[in-house]
Design a protein around this ligand. Structure first.
Ligand code: NAD
Ligand code: UD1
Length: 338
């Protein structure tokens, strides 16, 4: 099948591109490199040995997206092209709503005009909100989000559900990711955050390599076994494999499916720090600080639906996640543009 990856040069998109190409699918990338580098596309080509058509376009630009869909006979679209920094979304809500929602609407309009009927969407566990107890299951109703980023995901899920209800030809798979970490085992592609990382694993890796002085653990007085927050960390290569299955499912079925992509096992921040130290034989300097606003004490996935519907489960363990993160970090200490 031929798959258009909107935002395919980013962290999750680049790993998915590799796994789709390895599974025998054709991949086309559309990305404006707002939060990524064309070097990621070079490395996807190097890892797969395949020519990957790529376009430097803003996915809000309908004429350009339409042109790509006319040039390639696309079977399925995966929409990764979102702004994703939670704190920034509080400062710049209009930019977040404009980018995330417009890209979704543009893709849906162009798909309709070009007879493309399968859509896989990068959603997030954040849409469960604070009302739902862990583990999160797909039958729970969406909750209240604590920030505009989360609301864009919640709204886009609603838009996509409505679009597939109105169009019996349209198939939508809403993938709710938990906490993706790790990198391709080659160390050629990985997460390359711009500026100070917001997320835990890149912060740990940059601290270990000396780019940051110390990690601050946000709160150690939560009602969890060691007082630090617990999350469901998932290897980005497992997540990528989940997309391959989701694309194949979306091309063979109609309607909307919501699917969690997580491991079903939570780890605390302290457990992650210690696992990173043990897997890589390196110390991570850290201190405890106050809680971060908007953080929930703990959540993880109920992951049975993905197994039943897609035949997918996460295969890589925490040691793999820590080792592959460090391999990427040490081989690319300053990311793609070193
Ligand atoms: P990323 O920033 O690395 O990738 C997103 C890509 O989309 C980037 O390459 C960026 O340049 C591109 N992009 C953004 N707006 C665009 C536009 N208007 N036109 C063209 N390209 C555009 O992020 P990621 O971690 O790979 O996340 C991918 C998706 O998954 C995002 O939608 C994100 O919200 C969602 N998600 C990520 C996580 C996570 O922890 N990484 C968790 C849950 C959901
Ligand atoms: C965050 C977002 C979520 C988004 C996801 C992926 C919030 C509330 N949620 O999830 O919407 O989908 O990123 O982009 O921001 N931590 C530290 N020190 C640090 C960084 C993190 O202690 O320097 C802790 C956090 O308090 C949290 C855990 O590590 O308990 C994981 O944090 P992070 O990687 O930012 O992911 P989430 O907050 O789970």
């Amino acid at each position: 099948m031929k798959i258009l990856l909107a935002g395919g040069a980013g962290y999750i998109g680049s790993h998915t591109a590799v796994q789709l190409a390895n599974a025998g699918h054709e991949v086309v990338i559309a990305d404006n490199y707002y939060n990524s580098s064309p070097e990621a596309v070079n490395r996807i080509q190097e890892l797969t040995g395949k020519e990957i058509p790529s376009y430097d376009v803003d996915v809000k630009d309908k004429a350009k997206v339409d042109q790509i869909m006319k040039e390639h006979k696309i079977d399925c679209v995966i929409h990764f092209a979102g702004l994703k920094a939670v704190g920034e979304s509080v400062q710049k809500p209009i930019e977040y709503y404009r980018n995330n929602i417009d890209t979704t609407l543009t893709l849906l309009e162009c798909m309709k005009e070009n007879d493309v009927h399968a859509f896989v969407f990068s959603s997030s566990a954040t849409v469960y909100g604070e009302e739902n107890p862990a583990p999160y299951t797909e039958t729970m109703t969406r909750g209240r989000c604590s920030n505009p980023y989360g609301w864009t995901k919640s709204m886009m899920e609603q838009i996509l559900e409505d679009a597939s209800k109105a169009d019996p030809e349209l198939s939508v798979v809403l993938l709710r990711y938990f906490n993706p970490i790790g990198a391709h085992e080659s160390g050629r592609i990985g997460e390359d955050p711009q500026g100070i990382p917001n997320n835990l694993m890149p912060y740990i890796a940059q601290t270990a390599i000396g780019r940051r002085e110390k990690l601050t653990i946000f709160g150690n007085d939560y009602p969890t076994p060691d007082g630090t927050c617990r999350r469901d960390y998932i290897h980005v290569m497992d997540l990528a494999d989940g997309h391959v299955k989701a694309v194949e499912y979306a091309c063979e079925n109609k309607g909307t499916e919501i699917i969690n992509l997580g491991t079903g096992t939570p780890y605390s921040v302290l457990e992650i720090v210690h696992a990173f130290e043990k897997s890589n034989g390196i110390k991570v300097n850290f201190e405890f600080g106050p809680r971060r606003e908007g953080d929930l004490p703990e959540f993880w996935a109920e992951s049975e639906k993905a197994e039943k519907l897609l035949g997918w489960t996460a295969k890589r363990n925490l040691e793999d996640m820590c080792r592959d993160t460090w391999n990427w970090q040490t081989k690319n200490p300053k990311g793609y543009n070193a």
